[in-house]
Structure formats: C-alpha cells, structure tokens
Design a protein around this ligand. Sequence first.
Ligand SMILES: [Zn+2]
Length: 127
Amino acid sequence: MEKIGNADNLIKEAKSIIDLRYKKGAHSVGAALRTKSGKIYTGISIKGLKLDLCSEWTAIGRAFVEGETEIESIVAVHRKEDGTFEFFPPCGLCRELLTKYCPDALVIFSENEFKKASDLLPSAWKR
Ligand SMILES: [Zn+2]
C-alpha cells in the first residue's frame, strides 16, 4: 500500500456523519467519498431485518443522484458503542460495486494507506 494525501478531511467527514446518525443496531458505519469535481458525499450503513445496506452504497447513491459519477476516493469507518472509531474495509459486495462503477477510485484503509478499487477484486467477473 502507498500513502495518500488529502485523506484526513475525508476520514473526518466519515466519522462526523456516523457520529451524527449513529443508532445502535441500525446505523454504525459512515462513509465519505470525494468526486473528481472535489465535492464530498457521505453515507451511513442501514441495518434492516433481512438486508443491510453498506455506507459506501448510500454515499455512492447520493453522489450519483447529483450526477457525480466520477469518484476519486472513498473511506468507511465503524463507530463503536463507546464512541471510538475504526477503519472499515469494504465488504465483498462493496468491492464489486467499486470495481464496476469506479475502478480507479482510491479506497482508504487508514490515514496513510490506500488501494485502487480495481485491485480489491482481482479477476472480477464481467457481464
Ligand atoms: Zn459493503
């Protein structure tokens, strides 16, 4: 992994949105993404009865609704019950979504670590 500049603000935004919307058993992960235009969109995880939506999906959905489809970087953080945070690497479904819609995006794993989205799902299937 390599270093990424300008990640601190995105991490701060992800922490901020899940701190604001945290609800035990319902919302515990926050995501923030930056588009190539420089705008930041946030999302939160949504826990349902049978299906959970990842925070990355809601952040990407918000960006796409606004016509912002070129994603430069994305990060997700988990807020624990005690109010502390940990980085939250993308799950398999998120890796597939990121590979399909923003393969060149940088996925942030920590303050100074990232990987290109397309590297997170090698030999991805194509339809
Ligand atoms: Zn996910």
